[in-house]
Write a protein that binds this ligand. Structure first.
Ligand code: GDP
Length: 460
């Protein structure tokens, strides 16, 4: 494919030791050559691929020295985009890196759009769509586990599995064709068992994949967590000790449509997204103010509720209302202030909590926090995540497509079993093959591709 040469700052904006401006495209080396002077004076175009060079960037119009740099020269196809790539390592100041980019732009490069480097890697066939999406997940990964899932996907784990499923469907379709071509056999009799068997296998694999999706999604996006309870029970203290014990991860997703700052804490590999932490103090009277139904609405979207009670106080009507509000949700009860004399009726708490875990803490004396963390991890991972070498799906787009594929393959199986003519069944099988292809970008529309890549950060 033919593309112009793009350039962008590929490191975060801010002060650092070095920053990188990256160029990719047919003209990458010639543009770099126009603005780069090495001490030996030799042209970059004569240099070997995958070499690094020391020198200065000089504005060809004014002969002014702009920066002192190290320049990496990588010719396609063995590059991230499969095109010629030049990476200019310059000093990490904001002014410096912008001047370098400006120089590249005034000498023939075009400013890259968000995700355009990765998009080229996809369009040039180096990676498929699910691998490209994994690049973004990798950048955003908040925990080691999330990173491992993204790495696996980038490596093509999901792509290979999807490839196997599509291959099985294709073989089935081919088999059906062959049988149709030999009318001396009874087509239905020959074909239906094969169809049902292969499609059932595909269906089961899709179901297995979908079973990983809730964990995958948690790893990728974090659990949105709300700390709930009456005034003074220790909600802020709980938040503080979670943040102190576990390194808080503050992510600033710049250059995307979601220009927001989110706060995460990593609890045993489970990323908790502390939702609206500023609003925690506000939750205390929401039930009273707006009633059980409406407050349930307000909590909707939370994956986990940490419900704090006071050990040194009797249960109040408000506590009971809160229990009622969160009844259908995932929650853990935290009975706090065990260092003070007991007034709470724990048996009654157990009754109200039913199956839900109850942890006792004294946040003041830093007791019970480990148990709480174990309870959180157990609630979502039940120990299975580390054991298996599963392929995870975590991306909402992939999950939606897998659900569609499951529905169409089930239609195919039902139709085959009901004696629907084989060529009708073929339509559902073909459709399943197409839907699965959308995951890896084989059968996908250009508008979708543009939309996906635009979610990337600049310079990636
Ligand atoms: P919030 O209103 O629910 O956010 O509660 P805070 O976290 O602000 O805590 C209210 C008061 O209880 C503060 O004075 C805390 O120091 C105190 N507190 C929190 N946890 C404990 C505990 O485990 N034991 C005791 N004795 N006091 C606590």
């Amino acid at each position: 494919m033919e593309f112009d040469t793009i350039a962008a700052i590929s490191t975060p904006m801010g002060e650092g030791a070095i920053a990188i401006v990256r160029l990719s495209g047919d003209e990458a080396v010639t543009i770099a050559d126009k603005i780069f002077k090495s001490p030996g004076g030799k042209s970059l175009t004569t240099k070997d691929s995958h070499t690094i060079h020391y020198g200065h960037l000089v504005d060809p119009k004014t002969n002014e020295v702009v920066e002192e740099v190290m320049l990496s020269l990588m010719r396609g196809p063995k590059t991230f985009t499969r095109e010629d790539v030049v990476e200019i390592n310059c000093h990490g100041g904001l002014v410096s890196v912008k001047r370098v980019l400006q120089l590249a732009l005034t000498n023939g490069a075009r400013l890259a759009e968000p995700g355009e480097f990765t998009k080229r890697a996809f369009l040039n066939g180096r990676i498929d769509l699910s691998q490209a999406e994994a690049v973004m997940d990798l950048i955003r990964a908040k925990t080691d586990r999330a990173m491992n899932v993204a790495l696996g996907q980038m490596d093509g784990k999901l792509s290979r599995l999807i490839g196997d499923l599509r291959q099985a469907l294709l073989e089935t379709l081919a088999q059906v064709e062959v049988n149709i071509d030999y009318p001396e056999y009874d087509v239905e009799e020959m074909t239906v068992p094969v169809l049902v068997e292969k499609c059932t296998w595909v269906k089961n694999e899709i179901i297995k994949l979908l079973q990983t999706s809730s964990q995958g999604k948690i790893l990728r996006e974090g659990l949105s967590t709300v700390i709930l309870g009456r005034p003074n029970v220790g909600k802020s203290s709980l938040l503080n000790s979670l943040v102190q014990e576990n390194k808080a991860i503050v992510t600033d997703i710049a250059g995307t449509t979601r220009d927001i700052i989110e706060e995460y804490v990593n609890v045993r590999g489970v990323p908790l997204r502390l939702v609206d932490t500023a609003g925690i103090r506000e939750t205390e009277d929401i039930v009273e103010r707006i009633g059980v139904e409406r407050s349930r609405e307000a909590l909707r979207g939370a994956d986990l509720i940490l419900f704090v009670l006071n050990y040194a106080d009797e249960l109040t009507a408000e506590d009971e209302r809160l229990f009622e509000t969160i009844e259908a949700m995932d929650y853990i009860v935290i009975v706090n202030k065990t260092d003070l004399p007991q007034k709470i009726d724990l048996a009654h708490v157990k009754e109200l909590a039913g199956e839900h875990r109850i942890v006792t803490t004294s946040l003041l004396q830093e007791e019970g926090i480990t148990e709480l963390e174990e309870a959180i991890a157990a609630l979502f991972f039940e120990g299975q995540i580390e054991a298996g070498d599963l392929t995870y799906v975590s991306n909402a787009r992939h999950i939606a497509l897998l659900h569609q594929a499951q529905a169409t393959v089930e239609d195919a199986i039902a139709a085959a079993q009901d004696g629907v003519p084989v060529d009708m069944v073929q339509i559902d099988v073909t459709r399943t093959w197409e839907i699965l292809g959308e995951i890896i970008g084989d059968t996908v529309q250009e508008s979708l591709i543009n939309q996906l890549f635009s979610q990337f950060c600049l310079g990636k």
